[in-house]
Structures are given as C-alpha cells and as structure tokens.
Design a protein around this ligand. Structure first.
Ligand code: 2AM
Ligand code: CA
Ligand code: CA
Ligand code: CA
Length: 268
C-alpha cells in the first residue's frame, strides 16, 4: 500500500475496532449463546460471530477489492496472500470472554502482498489499544512502545506459554519442556494469543511460545512485535506460513536462538 492508502485503511480499521469493542463492553453481561467447535473446550459465541460479521460487512462495502481471512467463516477462502488481506480474530480468548469477562482482544492484522503493514490488538475491557504501522513504531494507546531490551538472558526471561506444553505433546518431549520451564525465570499463561504478543511488544514478557495457532491469532501481533525489534517464527526458527496453522515463537531477538536450540533437543 502507498502511504496515503495505508493511512486511510489504518484510520478506518482503528475506528471500527473501537466501535466493535464498545458494543462488546455494552453487552458484556447479556446472556450468551455458546457453541463448541473442534472439542468441548473450543468455544464460540454469538458475540464472536456478530463482531466478525460487523467487520466483514464494513470492509466489503468500504474496500471491495480487499480480501479477508477470519476465524468464524464470514471471510474469503484464500489460496494466496496477494493484494490487501485483513486477517481478523473478532474475539481472541473466547474462553476468557465467556468465563472471566475480561482478558480477551479483537485482533486485526492487515497484510499487503504477504507483508504485514498494520496491526491492532484491542484489550476490550481495559480499553487498551495496541497498534502499529510498518516502519512507524508501535503504540499502546497514545504511548509509543520502546524498542525491546538489547540483551536478555534466557535465565532472566519470562515466557508466555500454555500448560499443555508440559503434557505429552506431538512437537517437543515433555522433559525438554519441563527443563525449559525450570531454566527461565518464570512463565505466564494469559489465554489470549493476541494479548501475549502485545505483552511481548510491551517488553513485560520476553517471549511467547505456542504449539499451533491460526493466522488470525498472530497476524496483528507479528506487525506490532516487529515494530519494537522483536521476531516471530515457528518453534524451529523458520518463517511462518500465513495461510495455514503454525507453531509459533515470538520474542525478544536476543533469546531467540538459545530457546530454539533448547527446543531442538526435544523436538519430535
Ligand atoms: P480463540 O479464543 O480465538 O479461539 C488460548 O490459549 C489461545 O489459543 C487463544 O488465543 C485462542 O484463540 C487460541 N486457540 C487457537 N486454537 C484454539 C482451539 N482449538 N481451542 C481453543 N483455543 C484456541
Ligand atoms: Ca476460537
Ligand atoms: Ca484466536
Ligand atoms: Ca477467536
């Protein structure tokens, strides 16, 4: 996108994200219709679907030549990343939304010809908007986020990760994962991949490690983390494919190699 287009898309997306968030806040105590998807703990509500539909309807009307990749089925079936693609998770952290009524986010990454250009992660209940435009830095509301610390040792790092990793899993043997948890300073589980990316960008956790995420879980986060000098790959340190699921490791660049190497020891 040229600068003018990017600014137009950015301003419009920002307005819609804030509008959608306000609706969710207003309705937070309304009765919910909850369905399950791939398993009994994989939840979806009418709020997820209505919010996604709100974005898709608006985008199709305002930007008819843009494409949409989104979680709840209102988007397009894409086979490539050509052109401008909005990658949308209407509610990231649906389990938190349902059980906690907080700690969930609207996540929107906007890519052009495969490159992430714009990212929004909106912590709806805290009214905190993390945002970034490629090459122009990342912000938490009006505050510019600082570049990530230059040197963090693995032993001093806090890692975001799901406790599932400590159970038998198909990617890394559990002894290696337990060793990793003992080696780093601490671990946290927030239950929203988008918010974990935002916390990496903010420098309050040093990395976030996960076994399998879809493009809409990570698209906005990739752009925002990139703007503070962080890096996002799969757990083998390889480039991500935005059209499929990936294992994901987003982090302060200074711990990347050590943790990727550590995981390789137990890689299945
Ligand atoms: P979601 O709430 O949008 O589904 C929870 O650890 C994080 O993993 C959330 O960001 C959640 O996104 C994501 N996730 C991805 N696939 C999931 C699945 N099958 N079940 C539950 N959470 C999933
Ligand atoms: Ca989901
Ligand atoms: Ca998600
Ligand atoms: Ca979701």
């Amino acid at each position: 996108m040229n600068m003018e287009e990017r600014t137009k898309v950015y301003n419009q997306a920002r307005e819609w994200v804030l509008q959608a968030g306000a609706v969710i806040r207003d309705k937070i105590n309304d009765p919910l219709t909850i369905d399950t998807k791939s398993n009994p703990n994989d939840l979806v509500t009418t709020m997820d679907k209505d919010t996604e539909e709100f974005f898709v309807t608006n985008i199709k009307s305002e930007f008819p030549d843009h494409f949409i990749l989104s979680e709840e089925g209102f988007g397009d079936n894409l086979t490539n990343m050509d052109g401008t693609v909005w990658i949308i998770d209407p509610i990231d952290g649906t389990m938190n939304f349902v059980h906690q009524k907080r700690n969930f986010a609207i996540s929107i990454g906007i890519f052009h010809d495969g490159i992430g250009e714009i990212g929004f992660i909106y912590d709806v209940m805290s009214d905190i908007l993390y945002c970034a435009k490629k090459g122009e830095g990342a912000y938490k509301n009006e505050m510019r986020l600082l570049p990530l610390k230059e040197k963090v040792n693995m032993e001093e790092a806090i890692l975001g990760m799901n406790h599932f990793w400590l159970c038998s899993n198909r990617l890394v043997d559990e002894q290696t994962m337990q060793q990793l948890v003992k080696t780093v300073r601490g671990t946290r589980t927030y239950g929203s991949a988008a918010l974990e990316f935002a916390y990496v960008a903010e420098g309050i956790v040093d990395g976030y490690l996960t076994m399998s995420l879809a493009p809409w879980d990570i698209a906005a986060g990739i752009v925002i983390v990139n703007e503070v000098g962080g890096v996002t790959t799969n757990i083998d340190g390889k480039q991500l494919d935005m059209l499929s699921k990936n294992s994901v490791f987003t982090c302060n660049t200074s711990i990347q190699k050590n943790i990727v190497d550590f995981l390789q020891k137990g890689r299945k």
